[in-house]
Design a protein around this ligand. Structure first.
Ligand code: 5GP
Ligand code: MN
Length: 351
């Protein structure tokens, strides 16, 4: 479906000729291009950004990736990541690059609030903005919006885009970046968004050089003793809300400090809750003293829509079965509020 929205083009994801024409038109001449993934970039955000950058570079376009903040250590092997600029480390330079950009790609997020302080600079910029994303409720800040909430990852969308433009350009680094994002965002091919097409795409990526066992090792076999101990603490803190299919985990700043917490250490902890028999919603609440917030992750099975839930109660969003949000209350108060709203929304589990 293509619909003209004010002066903007709005594309619900469909690989049609009109969309490709617009895209190609934008890239006909040399442009100053910036690529921005969401805050706390994960495998999908970084993988899609790096793959797009590598593809653009092979077709004669230089670009700069700017991340709103740090990314976890387990991603610092990804092909091309050394050239990434972190906004917080290079404020003036990043602002200047955004100001003078002709095109800004925003990858793996749906609202400018997801890139924190970078948001207002992107909003003000006169660049052509192109969103590629798979989250629910895409905002309308972009000139061209590629949104497909049925896709398990932005990397799968970038694969479709590249393969329609020039499939021969998919080399080993591009294949590895895309494989990483597809693997991490589908929970290693186990979430309901994993389709026959996902496996076809992954098969092509392997043919083009992605090595699943090595990528798996680089992402998942990088535990430190501290991280495993922190996981121990998290699992000890896991609690079930009686008479509901809900569990939650808390981690206080003190517990994080005791286990020498490093960015990315809590990635995936929430999924342990969902591995319990009969549990349909698992939540982790993590205190961040620095930002004075509690960061929350929600994972569900079946019809309980955590995107709606996170949006309604915890200033967040995401997907039906995986979402994030935050609270400005204390950790104890956040738990209390969570238990209260679960009591209100209990009927949703069996809807
Ligand atoms: P995670 O819990 O792993 O941080 O995020 C789960 C999913 O929800 C990801 O797709 C992520 O992009 C999205 N997400 C996480 N936090 C937020 C948030 O604060 N707001 C919105 N809109 N989405 C979020
Ligand atoms: Mn994603």
């Amino acid at each position: 479906m293509i619909e003209n929205k004010r002066t903007k083009f709005w594309y619900l994801w469909k690989m049609d000729n009109q969309l490709l024409k617009e895209f190609k038109k934008a890239l006909i001449t040399q442009k100053k291009i910036v690529i921005i993934p969401h805050k706390n970039p994960d495998g999908d955000a970084l993988g899609s950004s790096l793959a797009l950058q590598a593809f653009l570079s092979k077709t004669g376009h230089n670009s700069q990736i700017i991340t709103p903040n740090e990314y976890p250590e387990f991603l610092n092997w990804m092909p091309g990541q050394k050239k990434i600029k972190k906004f917080l480390d290079a404020l003036d330079e990043s602002i200047q690059t955004i100001k003078t950009a002709d095109i800004i790609f925003t990858l793996d997020f749906n609202q400018l609030s997801r890139i924190d302080q970078l948001g207002p600079f992107v909003e003000k910029s006169n660049a052509l903005k192109i969103m590629i994303d798979h989250h629910e409720n895409p905002g309308d800040y972009a000139s061209i919006t590629f949104s497909d909430t049925t896709k398990g990852s932005t990397c799968e969308m970038v694969y479709e885009l590249i393969s329609h433009l020039d499939r021969d350009q998919i080399d080993e680094p591009i294949a590895s970046c895309l494989y990483t994002g597809i693997m991490t965002d589908t929970g290693s091919f186990k979430f309901p968004t994993t389709t026959a097409r996902t496996h076809q795409v992954v098969s092509k990526l392997i043919e083009n050089g992605a090595q699943p066992h090595l990528i798996n090792q680089k992402i998942y076999d990088t535990n430190s003793i501290n991280r495993l101990r922190l996981l121990g603490t998290a699992l000890k803190n896991l609690k079930k809300i009686e008479n509901t299919p809900v569990v939650y985990i808390t981690l206080s700043q003190k517990e994080l400090n005791q286990n020498k917490f490093k960015k990315g250490d809590t990635e995936g902890f929430v999924n342990y809750g969902l591995s319990l028999k009969g549990i349909l919603l698992a939540v982790i609440m993590i205190e961040n003293e620095n930002e004075k917030i509690i960061k929350i992750s929600f994972r569900s099975k079946g019809s309980f829509d955590v995107n709606k839930f996170a949006k309604k109660y915890f200033s967040g969003g995401g997907h039906i079965n995986a979402a994030g949000g935050m609270s400005s209350l204390t950790l104890d108060e956040t738990v209390e509020q969570f238990i209260k709203v679960i009591a209100e929304e209990k009927s949703q589990f069996y809807g």
